[in-house]
Design a binder for this molecule. Sequence first.
Ligand code: NAP
Length: 241
Amino acid sequence: MILLLAGTLEARQIAWGLVDQGLPVEASMAGATRKPERLPLPTRIGGFGGEDGFRAYLAEKGVTKVLDATHPFAAQITDRTARVCADLALPYCQLLRPGWVPEKEDDWTFVDAPDAVAQHIPQHATVFLATGRQTLAQFKGLRGRRVLARIVDPPTAPFPFEGGEYVIARPPFPLDREVDLFTQLGVTHLVAKNAGGPAGVAKLTAARQLGLPVIMINRPAMPAATRVSTVQQALDWIKTA
Ligand code: NAP
């Protein structure tokens, strides 16, 4: 059985690419989003229960290869899967889409971690955090600024630090909506993770149009492993590995 580690647009496209091929595949989603879009393949949802649980799952399901199409910032699952597959001599491939690169009108500052963001943002700023719900607490150095964090599902906990507010919105976020939102909220700085891909790029185009500085968080280091950058390459790998 092929295991497709999912949670991205590309994983969904791979699932659709595999649907008529009659291959035994199971997709796996972390379960971070409360109402994830369904995949056209048998899908399990939720963590495996750590490394032991993951190893047990691989054995129980007779997994023969693993395609990792998780988010570029989902470093734990990628590191562990690459390592366990290498240990078990299971073919493993990561699909990692290219990161975003600035254009000449852009004002981007690159940092390696959330705790390095605050030093690039003045106290009077209105900061839009497009970095996801899970890592909000890591931006506590922004305390004192007006911080607006966009999340998909309604919050289950108060904002993790003073001065923060949630902006609840479900994608897609087209360019005109991003421009309107940043203008209405009086955003002066955008913080983003360099996820890459078309789905999240409009916020960066909106920042360019509005002349807003962007603090861009670099991707975590990736393990040494087989890696492709497009859905087609990933589908080809599944056929040949
Ligand atoms: P992670 O930190 O790499 O993984 C944490 C744990 O989640 C794993 O150890 C595993 O639990 C479980 N997990 C992750 N992906 C899974 C999958 N496809 N199937 C089953 N279990 C899975 O990954 P993350 O928690 O998903 O995300 C980490 C960061 O990535 C977030 O903070 C966010 O910045 C970014 N992210 C963004 C988006 C987005 O749409 N913007 C989506 C996903 C992630 P067990 O150890 O129990 O197996």
